[in-house]
Design a protein around this ligand. Structure first.
Ligand code: SAH
Length: 275
């Protein structure tokens, strides 16, 4: 680890022009799930640099005078290379602007937030991190699936299925444990492999699993089943991305606890928002 701090660059960035980068988590979709800090910064920013997972509801909170720069990435379709994004953030802050770098969920959970901060630190640009509700927490809450429960899940593991070469090769033995919930951040391309491998590594074809599409948003859809049935059910339902996969006995609690969206029993469905 290099502990060298470029003091001259820090002074340039802080003193002369006051530019800084705020790395802000936008949460999983519903703008009501933003932190107060995030909402305030969005209102006051000079520039907002955002990804494809940041929805219209959150962008509606960006102040009218702010410049908006879309640098969205989708699997195998990188619109702006990571190095260019890093350089852009440095340049904008050095020009004295207050930059919000807005990312879906939490910037430090599968969000490359660490990489961007490393570039800022190396350039001596001041920054602040504003955590957001990560998909595992927000989406499971809106799906009525607690991630832990004293009866059936004493640990929860979050993993991403994307590898750089496009394959999906996880530590199946470590994931396939009773008493554990597994949350997988990825689209649907690896779903069949995930279900087959987890079943084969000890959980069996009857182990509960679910996929949540568009979690926390008006179009949220939940498809629940077992490791043996889930992939076919999801294909049949035609879920749209983003999708989060949750594997574990906690999935069954949804039958009692679903409260949001079309899948919830009418009597338990959340009333219209009061705000
Ligand atoms: N930093 C983000 C994760 C980025 S990785 C966070 O903390 O949430 C992108 C993956 O997150 C998607 O492929 C999907 O698996 C998951 N995801 C993000 N938002 C989601 C949503 N609203 N519904 C379902 N899955 C979501």
């Amino acid at each position: 680890m290099n502990s060298f701090v470029d003091v001259a660059a820090m002074v340039r960035a802080w003193g002369a022009d006051g530019g800084a980068v705020y790395l802000v988590g936008a949460g999983p979709g519903d703008p009501e799930l933003l932190t107060l800090r995030a909402a305030r910064l969005l209102e006051r920013a000079d520039v907002v640099v955002y990804d494809h997972l940041v929805g219209d509801g959150v962008l509606a909170l960006v102040g009218a005078r702010a410049e908006r720069i879309y640098v969205g990435k989708e699997r195998a379709r990188h619109s702006v290379p990571q190095e260019r994004i890093n350089a852009m953030l440095v340049d904008l802050a050095r020009a004295g602007r207050s930059v919000v770098r807005l990312k879906g969920g939490d910037p430090f959970v599968f969000g490359r937030g660490g990489e961007e901060l490393q570039a800022l630190a190396a350039a001596g640009v001041p920054f602040e991190v504003v955590p957001g509700i990560t998909a595992a927490c927000g989406v499971s809450a809106y799906a009525g699936i607690p991630l832990t429960h004293r009866d059936c899940a004493h640990s929860c593991v979050v993993v991403t299925g994307h590898l750089k070469d496009g394959s999906c090769n996880l530590d199946w033995q470590a994931l396939a444990r009773p008493g554990q919930t597994v949350v997988i951040y990825m689209g649907l391309s690896g779903l069949e492999t995930i279900c087959t491998q987890l079943a084969a590594h000890g959980l069996g074809a009857d182990w509960p699993a679910a996929v949540v599409g568009n979690g926390t948003l008006a179009g949220q859809r939940v498809v629940a089943g077992t490791l043996g049935t889930l992939a076919a059910r999801v294909a049949e339902a035609g879920l749209a991305s983003p999708c989060l996969t949750i594997v574990g006995e906690v999935v069954r609690l949804r039958e009692e606890l679903a409260w949001f969206g079309a899948g919830a029993p009418v009597g338990r469905r959340r009333p219209a928002p009061v705000l």
